[in-house]
Design a binder for this molecule. Structure first.
Ligand SMILES: [Zn+2]
Length: 257
């Protein structure tokens, strides 16, 4: 279908089996009309290709998958990746290979695909909503605005940059943010915290955006920053913060040497 689309188009039965296209010991591809001159090359190439495969007429004609004849999601994913460079280049490990709760990982994945239900995306689906960010009230809520370009997002991101003593050039989108954040080489001791920071920023901003949109409740910026750090602490230590000393020790560990 994908390799010889012109042959697939004129196949008499597009779901036919191998056996139905065999006659004795040779191939007999069944087409619904005669092959035109310009299609002849494609047909000859197809026949030359399938000739390499040996058939066993004593076995039933069945569909098999891969080398081990069994379907696996991993094999299927690799097959799709081979055909699509974009999937191959996607930094999926930066999102899926973290210790964040599954719900947050799924959200970050959706955000990286620019599929969050922002006003911009909802309007594309046919809703007619006033396109204004409910956090800063200053800009349209485009796909990447609440997570990256909003003033609230910048303030939260700056806090993490200050902790680490870094300057972060404004990324264009969530995918780029992941790539640039993880391009910094950090010590192994803080690596597992480091990879979760984009996620905690995005999740903190998205929940704050929803609180302002749906509940009319606005969290002061300093409280939002503190809650993101508490959340990060709970993901790393798998426990909520119980004491100030414990929390301050955690923050001091984050500082890059
Ligand atoms: Zn905004």
């Amino acid at each position: 279908m994908e390799v010889y689309p012109s042959m697939f188009q004129i196949a008499r039965d597009k779901n036919s089996t191998i056996a139905q296209n065999r006659c004795g010991n040779s191939w007999s591809v069944v087409l619904r009309r005669n092959v035109q001159d310009w299609e002849m090359g494609s047909l000859l190439e197809l026949l030359a290709n399938v000739e390499k495969y040996k058939t066993n007429d004593t076995c039933a004609d069945t569909l098999l998958w891969g080398r081990n004849n069994s379907f696996t999601v991993k094999d299927c994913y690799h097959h799709i990746c081979c055909q699509n460079q974009i999937i191959e280049l996607w930094p999926w490990k930066l999102i899926w290979k973290t210790k964040m709760p599954t719900k947050i990982i799924c959200f970050c994945w959706i955000a990286a695909h620019e599929a969050c239900l922002t006003i911009d995306n909802l309007n594309k689906k046919g809703l007619e909503l006033e396109d204004k960010c409910c956090m800063c009230q200053n800009s349209p809520e485009t796909i990447n605005h609440p997570l990256l370009h909003c003033a609230v997002a910048k303030d939260l991101r700056n806090m993490f940059c200050c902790i680490f003593g870094l300057e972060w050039i404004m990324p264009q989108n969530v995918k780029e943010a992941y790539a640039s954040w993880n391009s910094w080489r950090v010590d192994k001791s803080i690596k597992k915290v480091w990879v979760m920071i984009p996620g905690v920023i995005f999740w903190g901003l998205w929940t704050e955006r929803n609180r302002r949109c749906f509940d009319g409740i606005s969290t002061p910026n300093h409280s939002l920053k503190a809650s993101c750090l508490f959340l990060l602490f709970s993901w790393v230590n798998l426990t909520p913060v119980f004491s100030t000393e414990q929390f301050l020790d955690f923050v001091s560990l984050l500082v890059l040497v």
